[in-house]
Structure formats: C-alpha cells, structure tokens
Unconditional design. Sequence first.
Length: 117
Amino acid sequence: VQLQASGGGLVQAGGSLRLSCAASGRTFSAVGWFRQAPGKEREFVATILGSGANTNYGDSVKGRFTISRDNANNTVHLQMNSLKPEDTAVYYCATGWGTRSTQYRNWGQGTLVTVSS
C-alpha cells in the first residue's frame, strides 16, 4: 500500500494549484492532506470520506481549498485557490479521518508547494 502525492510547484500569491494523491494496492474510504512548513508542526488541511459527501477542512484553508476524489482512478485531489505565501509547505497525503496526524497512516512522500509574494 502506497500513496503518492504530486502537483506541487511554484506559484504566485493569488494563484492556484491542484495536488493529486494516487493510491496503489487498494481503495481507501478516507484520505486526508496535511502540510508542514519549515520549523513548524504538521498541520491538518483537509480530509474526505467515502464518495465525497463528507469532507472537513482546516480553518486556515476553508473557502479556498477543495478536496475531491476520482474513484475511477483511485485518486484524491486538493484544489488550492487564492494561494498565500503562508501556504508554502510540503503537502502530504495519508489514509484516515480526523484532524490529528496520529489518526492517519500510509503517508506519501510529500510534494512541495511554494507561494511567492
């Protein structure tokens, strides 16, 4: 079982990026995104359960980020709009549900998002 995050890159403030988390080996009902900036703790971003009717977002990204899933390709996406420099971090996906990193497993390798001011 492995998750692979992709889609990171360099973007200007106000821009958009879409991250993808591809799962291999099996299908997971709950997947979440976290991020970690240099010198900071890992922060909850968003999570999705089932077909997508149940989602939850961290306060700092509500209204700007949208999590969704593509069941045909066993992939979860994170659409990030109105990006801010403080969104700069390595973004990780993992399986699980909740807002604490201890509630997740099968962490992917992470993808770097850099937002320039």
